[in-house]
Design a protein around this ligand. Structure first.
Ligand SMILES: Nc1ncnc2c1ncn2[C@@H]1O[C@H](COP(=O)(O)OP(=O)(O)OP(=O)(O)O)[C@@H](O)[C@H]1O
Ligand SMILES: Nc1ccn([C@@H]2O[C@H](COP(=O)(O)O)[C@@H](O)[C@H]2O)c(=O)n1
Length: 211
């Protein structure tokens, strides 16, 4: 069983890259951000507070990894709520347990998130930390919304990206940071295909070393 751990800040492209890598190697993929989003959505839908850790933990334990729908969970308000409940240790414990179970699937898995290389799968065969400047990430998010037919304000998205970084990097439990043995991949000046090729080169070299 091989696990590839991919971490990085919001809109760095880790999800796009992870899906591509999973397809290339024939591995199962889990976007762990969706597990936080599903927990937050369950609380919002039930009209429950985002501040009650015990209630949030109960919702986290009910998340089904097979039922995560990216199109439903991608709403901005759900992402904001997800990053708020992601600071709660009990929520993280519940979701990390489920994510670790997923990571053991054969023949291999790709998990992306904020704490995969540091907490969820510290023994992953390969760890990548994907990043890009906040300006580039905000522009990618802006382009994504416009391409989907929506309206967007670049300045507001830029502020959101910075706020999300602060919350994810500044929390006490499992803050976003590169694992000590992660390969850094800055895609600020790379397109999707170039980023994939750079990741594949790193993964192939790392896997060869392990054999
Ligand atoms: N290297 C790249 N060059 C240009 N655009 C990219 C690149 N990588 C990803 N994108 C685009 O940027 C947007 C954000 O990518 P993606 O959703 O993969 O980021 P993410 O890190 O998974 O974000 P989040 O954690 O917030 O879900 C998407 O529209 C994607 O197509
Ligand atoms: N391993 C993870 C994944 C996500 N989070 C939190 O969820 C928020 C939403 O994640 P997206 O990747 O879908 O944008 C994110 O901002 C994090 O706060 C996490 O803590 N750990």
């Amino acid at each position: 069983m091989i696990t590839i751990a991919i971490d990085g800040p919001a809109a760095s492209g880790k999800g796009t890259l992870s899906r591509r890598i999973a397809e290339e190697y024939g591995f199962h993929h889990l976007d762990t951000g969706l597990t936080y989003r599903a927990t937050a959505k369950a609380l919002l839908d039930a009209g429950l507070s985002l501040d009650d850790e015990a209630v949030a933990e109960t919702m986290a334990r009910e998340v089904e990894l097979g039922g995560l729908d990216r199109s439903v969970l991608s709403a901005h308000a759900i992402g904001e709520a997800a990053s708020k409940i992601a600071v709660m240790p009990a929520v993280r414990r519940a979701l990390v347990e489920a994510q670790r179970g997923f990571s053991r699937k054969e023949p291999g898995t790709v998990l992306d998130g904020r704490d995969i290389g540091t907490v969820v799968c510290p023994d992953a065969a390969v760890k990548l930390y994907v990043t890009a400047s906040p300006e580039v990430r905000a522009k990618r998010r802006y382009d994504e919304i416009i391409a989907g037919g929506g309206t967007a304000d670049y300045g507001a998205i830029f502020e959101d990206v910075k706020k999300r970084d602060e919350r994810d990097m500044g929390r006490a439990d499992s803050p976003l940071k590169p694992a000590e043995d992660a390969h850094l991949l800055d895609t600020s000046e790379m397109g999707i295909e170039a980023a994939f090729q750079a990741a594949k080169t790193l993964i192939d070299a790392a896997l060869k070393e392990k054999i």
